[in-house]
Design a binder for this molecule. Structure first.
Ligand code: HEC
Length: 204
């Protein structure tokens, strides 16, 4: 009798597990479908395609970063903020043959310092923000590429690594940042400020 109950119970467990699996797979598939549809309808111009790519990169990066912060703590999650850690060979990157980087006027990684053209956009964007105006993306065309600039704004969750030293960026995090990036300039930011830009290069 006991065995019967046990068997029935495990069978029911199996059934509910399988149905959960079916429901979640269906959800996943339908999510993918709607995302694909969105790509097709929304990303038609180069500006939109670039933006779409930048937002996907942001999502991948943001998810990995939050996961690292939650499991390892802020000071050990520093390595996860590097966009170079991700080889973005997903469907969007392949379909638009694109390359992405993040640059800033106040950079942490020396490799992420903005060039003159990027700096011009950053300065202009900061002026607009001070006046309370909207910052639009910018698309530049060369013989071989379309190059899109997209603003990266500071959010509350960024403050633990880019905010005020000691109070927001805690001493042990600060120490680690300074040991990896001795020339760090990416500190002292406030939420809502322009932190840098995405630079998306798309082959024509
Ligand atoms: C866990 C700490 C941490 C958090 C949280 C964090 N960053 Fe960073 N950020 C870094 C580190 C470390 C680098 C340098 C990465 C590298 O070496 O490429 C960096 C680099 C950047 C860069 C590239 C330019 C540069 O200065 O090198 C941008 C832009 C940036 N972060 C924006 C953000 C934004 C926006 C948020 C919030 C959504 C955020 N970061 C949250 C640690 C962090």
């Amino acid at each position: 009798m006991k065995e019967f109950y046990y068997k029935t119970f495990t069978m029911m467990q199996k059934i509910s597990f399988v149905s959960i699996l079916i429901v979640s797979t269906t959800l996943l598939i339908s999510c993918n479908n709607s995302a694909q549809k969105e790509n097709k309808t929304v990303a038609s111009t180069p500006v939109e395609k670039g933006l779409n790519f930048a937002m996907q990169t942001k999502a991948v990066l943001g998810k990995a970063l939050m996961n690292a912060i939650n499991t390892k703590g802020t000071e050990n999650a520093l390595a996860f903020c590097s966009s170079k850690a991700y080889h973005l060979t997903d469907s969007v990157a392949l379909s638009i043959n694109a390359d992405i980087k993040r640059v800033s006027d106040k950079n942490r990684n020396p490799l992420n310092f903005a060039n003159n053209e990027e700096l011009t956009y950053i300065v202009k964007a900061k002026e607009l923000l001070i006046k309370g105006e909207k910052v639009n993306p910018q698309m530049t065309e060369t013989n071989t590429e379309m190059i899109g600039y997209y603003p990266i704004m500071m959010e509350n969750m960024c403050l633990q690594c880019h905010g005020t030293a000691e109070t927001e960026v805690l001493p042990n995090t600060l120490e680690k940042i300074n040991s990896i990036y001795p020339n760090d300039k990416a500190i002292g930011y406030k939420s809502g400020e322009l932190r840098g830009i995405w630079v998306v290069k798309m082959k024509k």
